[in-house]
Design a protein around this ligand. Structure first.
Ligand SMILES: [Fe+2]
Length: 451
């Protein structure tokens, strides 16, 4: 709740933003970010958890080399629980704000001035996800969804076609209500994460009784009794086709990418924590994450793990044209000891694993780490990769990332050369205010939403 983790209280619209450098004229669209923005007493009380609050969307409109506007808006769905805060992306021509484990997606107008719940005629009403996977060729959206609710002993696998119409649904029995934040998808298969963070009956009971303790708003805890495993099923498959493999005991919020190897195994790169919500409950701050390569065997056996980099990093992103294919590069937000402390008022309990830092690029074939430090007191979170039109190389494009400047208490949208992130920024768009530390963001080109 303090420093740039704290909320902003109002909505603004500001036109004609100043730019340092030269914005690539090919960037015609919007960079959108979303995060929690708690402003009511029931959101900021003793049970407060960083992940559970009404969301706020921030959008920067770029067109023909100009930064036309910045706007921020609270997320407004049709029902009190439809206030997603975790991701905002385009699919089926819609701009969707998403959250896992609870409320339905909210469809956001390109100018942010209209919002309404969008649940695909009820199909997304039983808990959706913040991390669906979109096939870069077909535009299909695959999602593995869970509901934070006692007795919700299955996951729901849903496929929507390129127009956003549900085409497949399968219930996957999984006991214990694990927190399923992300998934993986290759060209042929889907990977389900069933890891040892599960619904705590005690925390859920305290929350229901109105006497929450620290972090109970998200009643999920590290669970030594719960297995750690991944499930593999063919795209469009059902529970009967699901195969389980033992996985390292750890937690993974985010998968960088996954692909089918020639021998039938699945290679997936993940950001993994030894534990989360075991020692600290208000956010994922038990320890620092690392980038690991998991190999899921073709037939039987256990997942093997190789650490690619133990440089503290989170918010993994690829060139999404490589989604489901063998990638080489990942871009991340740096965390932990590499982050540049802003000031002493940053919430120390949340410091560590998700504390913002430099932009990080990793070559997964060599483990080489390149960084872009933005200067004293200037930090970023999740980057987005935007391909240069006509590009062939995987890293030919730009990195867009919102940078918070603790010296001025304002934020910038910084554009870097994705191939050479160590070079000075291509452009910096000066935003009229700070963008609080949040979760995920995406570049939405105009043609993705007909805008
Ligand atoms: Fe996430």
């Amino acid at each position: 709740m303090s420093g740039n983790f704290g909320p902003v209280t109002d909505e603004v619209s500001v036109d004609d933003l100043p730019v340092t450098g030269t914005l690539p004229p090919e960037l015609n669209g919007r960079y959108l970010r979303i995060g929690p923005n708690p402003t009511s007493p029931d959101e900021t009380g003793p049970g407060h958890h960083w992940f559970v609050c009404r969301g706020m969307v921030h959008s920067v409109r770029l067109r023909e080399g100009r930064a036309e506007w910045y706007r921020n808006r609270f997320v407004r769905g049709d029902a009190p629980e439809d206030v997603p805060n975790t991701n905002v992306l385009a699919q089926g021509g819609r701009l969707l704000a998403l959250v896992g484990g609870g409320g339905a997606p909210v469809c956001v107008a390109p100018d942010l001035d209209r919002m309404s719940t969008w649940d695909a005629d009820g199909a997304l009403r039983t808990g959706f996800t913040a991390h669906p996977k979109i096939d870069p060729v077909t535009g299909e959206m695959h999602s593995v969804n869970y509901l934070i609710k006692p007795g919700a002993e299955s996951l729901r696998y849903l496929v929507l076609d390129a127009a956003g119409k549900p085409t497949h649904a399968a219930e996957l029995p999984v006991p214990g209500v694990p927190m399923v934040h992300d998934m993986a998808m290759t060209a042929t298969r889907v990977v389900v994460l069933d890891l040892p963070v599960t619904l705590s009956v005690d925390a859920a009971s305290r929350l229901a009784a109105g006497v929450p303790e620290s972090g109970d708003a998200l009643p999920m805890r590290w669970n030594e009794e719960h297995p750690s495993r991944v499930g593999v099923l063919p795209r469009g498959g059902t529970a009967e086709q699901l195969s389980w493999f033992d996985a390292p005991r750890c937690y993974v919020f985010h998968v960088l990418n996954a692909y089918d190897a020639p021998d039938g195994s699945i290679v997936m790169d993940v950001v993994r924590y030894d534990t989360v919500f075991r020692d600290v409950f208000r956010g994922p701050a038990d320890g620092l994450p690392a980038l690991a390569r998991w190999t899921v065997p073709a037939d039987r056996g256990a997942v093997s793990e190789q650490i690619i980099s133990d440089y503290g990093l989170e918010w993994p992103r690829i060139n999404e044209a490589w989604s489901g294919r063998a990638h080489r590069y990942g871009w991340f937000g740096g965390t932990g000891p590499h982050s540049l402390r802003l000031s002493d008022d940053v919430d120390r309990d949340l410091g560590g694993s998700f504390e913002p830092g430099p932009l990080v690029k990793v070559d997964t074939t060599t483990g080489e780490v390149l960084t872009h430090h933005f200067g004293t007191g200037r930090v970023t979170q999740e980057p987005a990769f935007v391909a240069r039109p006509g590009a062939e190389a995987e890293d030919d494009g730009w990195i867009l990332s919102v940078v918070y400047d603790g010296n001025t208490d304002r934020s910038e949208l910084v554009v870097l050369d994705a191939a050479d992130v160590t070079a000075p920024p291509v452009a910096r768009v000066h935003l009229p205010r700070r963008v609080p530390f949040g979760f995920h963001g995406n570049w939405i080109a105009d043609d993705e939403i007909g805008a």
